[in-house]
Design a protein around this ligand. Sequence first.
Ligand code: ADP
Ligand code: MG
Length: 506
Amino acid sequence: MFTIKGKTGDWEVVVGLETHIEVLSKSKLFSGASADYNPTVAPNTQVSMVDVAMPGMLPVLNEYCVDQAIKFGLGINAEISRKSCFARKQYFYPDLPQGYQITQPADQPPVVGRGWVEIMGDDGNPKKILIERAHMEQDAAKNKHDMHPAKSFVDFNRCGVMLLEIVTFLDTKNPENNSYISSPEEAERYLRQIREIARALGVSKANMEEGSMRADVNVSVKRVGSNTFGTRTETKNMVSFKFIKNHIENEARRQVEILESGGIVSQDTLRYHQDDGSSSVMRSKEDALDYRYFPDPDLLPLVITDEQIERIRKTMPELPAATRTRYIEKFGLAEYDAARLTESVDISHWFDAAVAGKTERAKGVANWMISELFAHPENYDITNEKSGIVDGMRIITPADLAELVDMVASRDINGKQAKEIFIKMLDGESGTPREIADKFDMKQITDTGAIEKIIDEVIAANAPQVEQYKSGKVGLLGFFVGNVMKKSGGSANPAVVNEILKQKLG
Ligand code: ADP
Ligand code: MG
């Protein structure tokens, strides 16, 4: 929970997100034109008569797009409506040749109903964020104002591509369930979760930088512990985690200041300014637009059958939440580690590739990834396509890390040596960890005879400490272990050293 200390007490922030993701499909939601609108495609080459609303053209619903919506719905544990409708949301803008957007309005059942995703809450525990709905709609074209000093252009390639809008639910009747986003960090984790689910399912690239994911951010504040929610503001079309977090914090502080000085928050639509993190009012509730929604007479209601849902359910891959549970239950990983390793599908694939089904390896791989590898992003390829030396950097592969972990587990090398090998790899040493160990003659002394000899020497050289140890100062054990390890050049097996030392010192 993100709290703000006010003059009159503590406040907490409440966030609602309306997230748009651009859905991957060969053709558009209601036409056969290609849905590939990426910037390398020449403008206005992927456009059908339907997209630009030529008279008499009729929309035809793309079944594949419906499947994508169902798939995502199942991915967020949602109810799938057996019947939903399309309506026209009317407004005029050059990027909207129909004069209306075909969407599924808020007062009617959307294709995807109530659902939830699980994120890591700010207290480190799993937290369910409720989702109210997800619905299908058309994207608009793209206006281009920077191509000519006196003219604007429109590229219709994107016009009619399917969007899925996912709206979080604020359960005002059960506020104590705490099932909403309550900090900037939780907002980011929620969006990342949506992104990872969309990617794992192949529903969307959900990439904010590329514009295939954007969010409207609703913010309000309330007294900590209060069950009454405050009035919210809404900021449209935000496309960066950083700006979203910054905006939530700034907006919450602004609202607290207003409320503490006796004012009221007005339910406005805001515009965020990237340069200084401030926002200004775009329109107030009073001049809310009237879109004159009405059911689209050209489209039949969307009917979905149980068979259709079951067919899609069978093709669902493992989703991040299930991966996390598998890591905790099967591999015995800590909650935090499991969360870090499922932050993206690529990370969990990399981890799974290193573990390669060997459960006993999982904890070691997790530790190395989280505490060492993540600190050196230039030294591994998270998509696991590259290996060897790339741009002068030694790429550490899942197989490398697996071998390192196995060598420690089988006591061929000790932890310290493993670290040295890892550092050599970072420094550009080629070869597998085992080859590096051979090259630098690193192996662990587990031979008890050899270790015993070193221990005898250390005991002989430190008679006063031996006396102290025997008279009860057992904390000195570390001193002896340290000396033996040093004398062995770091290659003795610490467990064996401990064991023999304890015997010898009595
Ligand atoms: P609209 O249709 O006007 O955008 P919705 O009721 O669909 O409004 O809500 C949009 C989003 O705002 C939802 O995610 C919802 O949970 C969120 N929301 C509603 N009330 C609040 C509030 N008091 N504080 C924060 N978010 C809110
Ligand atoms: Mg809205």
